[in-house]
Design a protein around this ligand. Sequence first.
Ligand code: PLP
Length: 395
Amino acid sequence: MKKETKIVSVGRDKKWSKGVINPPVFRASTVVFDTIEDMRHATKNRANGAMFYGRRGTPTHFAFQAAIAELEGGVGTALYPSGSAAISGALLSFLKAGDHLLMVDTAYEPTRDLCDKLLKGFGIETTYYDPLIGDGIEALIRPNTKVLFLESPGSITLEVQDVPTLSAIAHRHNLVVMLDNTWASPINCRPFELGVDISIQAATKYIVGHSDVMLGTATANQAHWDQLRENSYLMGQCTSADDIYLASRGLRTLGVRMAQHEKNGLEVANLLATRPEVDHLRHPAFASCPGHEFFKRDFSASNGLFSFVLKRGNIKAITAFVEGMDHFKMGFSWGGYESLILGVFGIDKLRTATQWDSSKPLIRLHVGLENPEDLIKDLEAGFARYNAVLDGQSD
Ligand SMILES: *Cc1c(COP(=O)(O)O)cnc(C)c1O
C-alpha cells in the first residue's frame, strides 16, 4: 500500500469508530462494570483496547494509536501531552540512576535542557556526540550506557544522521535506540527498518498540522513496547480525547500537506540558492546539507522546514530581514499550514561536541501552504531590508 493510501485507511477499525468515518470524541474518566467478571476482564486487557479507566484511553485514543503505530512501522504507540513529554517519557522509561545516555549534539534545545538539568539530578549522565560521528560512536559507549538518542535531521542546523550504522553499533552493546523522528513525520522515513527501537513524534507539528494542539507520540517495536507503555502509564501520561480527535483529523490530510510543503519548500530553497547573500542552505535535499547522502538513502521526501546561512550580517540586519515580513510570521514551532521565520542566534552555545561558527547568521524557515510566489516576494523584500542595513543606507 502506498503511503497516501495508508494515511487514509489506518486506525479506522469499526471496533473504534462503530462505522462512522472519523472516530468520535469519546471522553472518559470512570468506566463502570456490571459484574466482577467484567471488571476482571477489563483489568486483564487494559493494555490492549479494553475500556478500563480514562487514563488508559478510550476508542478515540485507540484508533489514533493504531494509526500512528502502523504509519511509523512499530507495534504500539504511547501518547503524551506534548512532544517534549514524549521525549522525557521515553527516556525515563528506560534510564535509571547510574546509567549513561548518548545524546546527539544537535538535539532540540529542551531535550538538551532535560539532560543537563533533570536527568543529571537523577544521577543519569549524558555525553553529547557529533551527529556525523558514524562508527566513531562505538568509542563513546561505556558499560553503563543504556540509550542512544538520535534526532535526524538535527534541530536548527539539519544535519542528517547515518541511522542504520549508529543503530547497528548500539545494538551490539544492547543499547535502546531512540529517534526524534518529527521532521520526517510518520510518512517520510521508516525508522524501524533503519534499526530504531523507539520513534518519537512531536505530533504538535505536521500530524496535527494546524498549530492548535500540543501532542506527542512514542512508538516502540515489540521488544520495547511493554516497558515504554507501562512506565509511561506509571508516570501518569495521558491525553485529552478532544486533542486526539483534532490530531486524527489532521492526520488524514498529512499526505497532501506534506507533498505541498515539500514542493513549496523546494521552490523557496531554489530561490535562496541563487541569492548572493546566502552562504549555503541547510536543507536535507541539497548537497550543501551535512548528511545529504543519508537523506537520499533513508527519506522519501523533504518538507517545509529548513535553514539558510548568510555570508555575513549582524543582529540589526537580521532584525530588519525578519521583522518586516508579510507572510512569514515570527514564532516558535512549525508544521502548521502557515509560513514561519526565525532568526536564530547563539547556536554555538547549544553545541558542545561540535562547533558552530556564529559569525555567519542563520535563518530558519517553515514554508507553509501559501503560494510560493508570494513567499519568494516576501523574502526578496527581506533581503532588500537586510542589505540596506549592511550597506549603511538605513538610519
Ligand atoms: C517541537 C519539537 C519537539 C517538542 O514538541 P512539543 O510538542 O513542542 O513539546 C521535539 N522535537 C522536535 C524535533 C521538535 O521540533
